[in-house]
Design a protein around this ligand. Sequence first.
Ligand SMILES: Nc1ncnc2c1ncn2[C@@H]1O[C@H](COP(=O)(O)OP(=O)(O)OP(=O)(O)O)[C@@H](O)[C@H]1O
Length: 322
Amino acid sequence: MVEVRDLRREYVVHRRTGRFRRERTVRAAVDGLSFTIGAGESVGLIGANGAGKSTTIKLLTGILVPTAGTVRTCGLEPVRRRRDLARRVGVVFGQRSQLWWDLPLADSFRLLGAIHRLGPAAVTARTAELVERLDLADFLTTPVRQLSLGQRMRGEVAAALLHSPQLLLLDEPTIGLDVLSGERLRVFLREQRTEHGTTLLLTTHDMHDVQRLCERVLVVDRGRLAYGGDLAGLVRRVGARRVLVVDLDGPAPELRGVPGTELLAVEAGGARQRLALAEGASAAQVLAAVTARAPVRDLAVEEPDVEDVVRRLYLGAGQGGT
Ligand SMILES: Nc1ncnc2c1ncn2[C@@H]1O[C@H](COP(=O)(O)OP(=O)(O)OP(=O)(O)O)[C@@H](O)[C@H]1O
């Protein structure tokens, strides 16, 4: 579905170095990237800010021209076959809307149906399915600019899927969404994949996206592939730890030395403390040990954060792994 070989994309940056002087520098945002994604797979492209994820997605869709290397998306060369590719691929950019700002979603869907030459009956049937599954009925006739972020994102995803593409590319699909909206979108995307066999490739900084949606992750570091494999393997490699956030009844002594944990942070005078859980640590035993020391009001377990996982991966990479 996606084949990338030795892909490179440079940007030319001009910097003022004096009153009349400008320095021209060439920077590679994608620097020798190779990977393949099979039909029906669900893959997360992750990495720190500026690692080259969005540039990669743009190269896959033909928005950007590679400086070197090859890309095949759905068997096509994206830049030369952009129009054919548009029929097979759906794209969602979380930070940018692809909808007509002044039109309601219903009109956007009709226009997109015409662009994709779907035929009125097909547009009606597919719209009905997406409206039901993404719960769009309440705001289908509201202009897009009046929608909340969560409503708009559901609209964006519906628009990208209207023509039932084989491949859906999502750049930060859940950015800025509240917990519930993010989760609903993930459930929907999983269903799309199971029901229609849609291949998913998404960039994200959200560990929940990776955990719930991606069977494989590609970690990009400064335009290069730093890891390709499943999330469990990545977490094992970097030793990323879940974090137990404990809210106590009031300021309390530091919870140091609780077996199976490491104290990471003490906030609000000790009323909130963050403990990293060692791999294999029993949350129940840890909780019992914490409760024996101070009355617990509330607690939550946070999954490792993507940035943290990536940072630890680089630290590890410097010591001989990748
Ligand atoms: N149009 C551009 N001109 C010059 N440099 C650019 C341009 N677009 C991106 N870059 C640079 O290329 C590198 C990769 O950018 P890219 O947007 O692909 O990263 P990213 O992994 O998607 O980051 P983020 O997680 O912050 O979205 C960065 O150093 C960025 O500054």
